[in-house]
Design a protein around this ligand. Structure first.
Ligand code: BES
Ligand code: MN
Ligand code: ZN
Length: 487
C-alpha cells in the first residue's frame, strides 16, 4: 500500500525519486530554476499526456517528469457529456495525467505538483498516480511492485482535509477489482472468490451470507445453478450487507461473477476465450464498492449480490434448448449457453426485487454487442430513467465514460419462446439492449439500472490514461459517487 501525504510545501524542496510537474504551452506549472532552458533543449512537448524526463537539477528529486496538458483526447467528457449538456469538472483528466506520469516509472517515491483548484482534482490525481504505478504481482514480477510514497503538493488556499484517506480507499478498491480480475481462472473460481470476500469483509461492518449449491437449490435459483452445472467448481451466491446507523436509503448492487466464460456447450472460439477470466468483473466491482462505502462510512444501506459461477461445457452442462426455472417462477429456454450472464443476473435481480430496496443497480460484462455499439471504452447504461440517468451523471462527475441506452419494448418479442416464458437469446440487432430487456423481466417495478461493462472493464490493448493493460477497475468511482449522492 502507498503512503499518501498532502502538503502545502514547495514541491522542489521534497526529496523523492520523481517529481511530476505539468507542461502547458505557457511552460512548466512550478518554479524550477533553469527548467525552461531544459524544456527548450530537449524540445519537451506540451501535448496532452506526453511525458518528458529531465534530471532533477534545481530540485531535491532525482528525476523530473513533465506531463503535457494541452488538449483533452482522453477525457471521458468528450465521450459522454458534450451531447447531454451536463457541466462537469473534468476530473477524469487529472486521473489520466497522473497515471501517465507514474506508469512505467521505477520510482518508489513520487511528488505530484499538478495545478489543483478543487478537492476532487487532488483525489483524482492521487488515484491516478497509484493506478499508473499498479502492477499485478501475484504470480511473479514482484520487483515491479508499485509506489511506496506519494506526496501531493496543493496550494494553501485549497482545503484538502480527508483527501489522502479518500485517495487511499478509492485506489485500493480499484486495485481490489484489478487484482481479482487479473487472477487466473484456475486460481479464482466461485469458492476461492467467496473465501477472498470473507477475508476482506472480516474487519468491516459488513455481514456476509453464502449460498452454496444446496441452498441455491432450496431457494429456486435455477439461473445460477444451471450455468454452474458444466463445471466441477460449484456456483455460489454471496450476499453482503452494509447497514450503517442513520441510513435512510437502501441500494442493491448485483454483479455478474462468471469466473471463466468458455461459452458452455455453445463454446466460444479460442480467441474469444482468452479474456474470459474477466467475466467476473461485475461481482468484483460490487464487492469493491461495498468495501469502499463501508470504509468511507457513507450513510447508505447496501445489499450486494455476487452471482458466482464458472461457465464450462462439462458432462453436467446445460444444453441449448434446456428449460430452466428461475428465482421468482419464470421459465427460461436456454437457446445459447453463452448467454449465461443474464441467467445468473436474473436470479440475483429477482432476489433483490423481493426486498424493500430503493434502487437496484446491476453491473455485468454482459454482451459483445456493448462493444459493437459503444466501442471498448464506453459502458452502456439501461433501466428506469431515474436511476439510469443518475448513474450517467455520476459517471460524468467521476470522469468515467458511460452512455444511456434505451430498452425498446418491441425487443421483448425476439426473446419469446414457444415452450417457456422467455428465451435467453434473441435478435442480434441491439444485442446489448436485448440482454437488458431480458433482465428487466426480473426487476418487477423497482427503480433499476443495468450497466454493461463488457468493453471498458478490461483493456486488451495498450495502456491509455489511467487504464492499465488488463483489468481497469472502471465504474467503481461512478458507483461510489452515486451512492454518496443518495446519502
Ligand atoms: N461474457 C460474454 C460477453 C463479453 C464478450 C464480455 C466479450 C466481454 C468481452 C457473454 O457471456 C456472452 O458470451 N454474450 C454473448 C451473448 C449472445 C450469445 C446472445 C455475446 O455477446 O456474444
Ligand atoms: Mn457468455
Ligand atoms: Zn459471460
Amino acid at each position: 500500500m502507498t503512503n499518501i501525504q498532502i502538503t502545502n510545501a514547495d514541491p522542489t524542496a521534497i526529496e523523492a525519486d520523481l517529481l511530476v510537474a505539468h507542461l502547458s504551452k505557457d511552460g512548466v506549472n512550478i518554479d524550477i530554476e533553469g527548467v525552461s532552458d531544459a524544456v527548450a533543449a530537449v524540445d519537451a512537448k506540451a501535448k496532452f499526456g506526453s511525458k518528458t524526463l529531465l534530471p532533477g537539477t534545481g530540485t531535491k528529486a532525482r528525476t523530473i517528469a513533465l506531463i503535457g496538458t494541452e488538449g483533452d483526447e482522453l477525457l471521458a467528457r468528450r465521450a459522454v457529456s458534450l451531447s447531454n449538456g451536463i457541466e462537469m469538472e473534468g476530473t477524469g483528466r487529472d486521473r489520466h495525467l497522473a497515471a501517465i506520469a507514474t506508469r512505467g516509472s521505477k520510482a518508489k517515491s513520487i511528488v505530484l505538483a499538478g495545478t489543483f483548484e478543487t478537492f476532487e482534482q487532488v483525489v483524482q490525481s492521487g488515484v491516478g498516480a497509484i493506478l499508473g504505478s499498479y502492477k499485478f504481482t501475484k504470480y511473479g514480477h514482484e520487483d515491479e511492485a508499485g509506489l511506496d510514497e506519494l506526496v501531493i503538493c496543493v496550494p494553501e488556499t485549497l482545503s484538502a482535509d480527508g483527501a489522502a484517506e479518500r485517495i487511499s480507499v478509492l485506489a485500493d478498491s480499484m486495485i481490489t477489482i484489478m487484482n481479482l480480475v487479473n487472477r487466473a481462472p484456475n486460481d479464482l473460481y466461485p469458492e476461492s472468490f467467496t473465501n477472498f470476500t470473507r477475508e476482506v469483509v472480516a474487519d468491516l461492518p459488513i455481514d456476509m451470507d453464502v449460498w452454496d449449491e444446496a441452498k441455491l437449490e432450496a431457494e429456486n435459483c435455477g439461473g445460477i445453478l444451471n450455468v454452474g452445472r458444466g463445471s466441477k467448481r460449484g456456483p455460489r451466491l454471496v450476499k453482503l450487507s452494509y447497514a450503517p446507523e442513520g441510513a435512510s436509503t437502501t441500494i442493491s448492487l448485483i454483479g455478474k461473477g462468471i469466473t471463466f466464460d468458455s461459452g458452455g456447450l455453445s463454446l466460444k472460439p479460442p480467441k474469444s476465450m482468452e479474456t474470459m477470466k474477466s467475466d467476473m468483473t461485475g461481482a468484483a466491482t460490487v464487492l469493491a464498492t461495498t468495501l469502499a462505502l463501508a470504509k468511507l462510512g457513507v450513510k447508505v444501506r447496501v445489499d450486494a449480490y455476487m452471482a458466482l459461477a464458472e461457465n464450462m461445457p462439462g458432462g453436467g452442462a446445460q444444453r441449448p434448448s434446456d428449460v430452466i426455472m428461475m428465482r421468482g417462477g419464470k421459465s427460461v429456454e436456454v437457446l445459447n449457453t453463452d448467454a449465461e450472464g443474464r441467467l445468473v443476473m436474473a436470479d440475483a435481480l429477482a432476489l433483490a426485487a423481493e426486498t424493500d430496496t430503493d434502487a437496484i443497480v446491476d453491473i455485468a460484462t454482459l454482451t459483445g454487442a456493448q462493444m459493437v455499439g459503444l466501442g471498448a471504452r464506453t459502458a452502456g447504461v439501461m433501466g428506469t430513467a431515474d436511476v439510469r440517468d443518475a448513474i450517467v451523471e455520476s459517471a460524468d462527475r467521476s470522469g468515467e465514460a458511460m452512455w444511456a441506452a434505451p430498452l425498446p419494448s418491441y425487443l421483448l418479442e425476439s426473446i419469446e419462446s414457444d415452450v417457456a416464458d422467455l428465451a435467453n437469446s434473441g435478435t442480434r440487432w441491439g444485442g446489448m439492449l436485448v440482454a437488458g430487456v431480458f433482465l428487466q423481466e426480473f426487476v418487477g417495478d423497482k427503480a433499476w439500472a443495468h450497466i454493461d461493462i463488457a468493453g471498458p472493464s478490461f483493456n486488451d490493448g495498450k495502456p491509455w490514461g489511467a487504464n492499465n493493460k488488463g483489468a481497469t477497475g472502471m465504474s467503481l468511482l461512478t458507483l461510489v459517487n452515486w451512492a454518496e449522492s443518495l446519502a
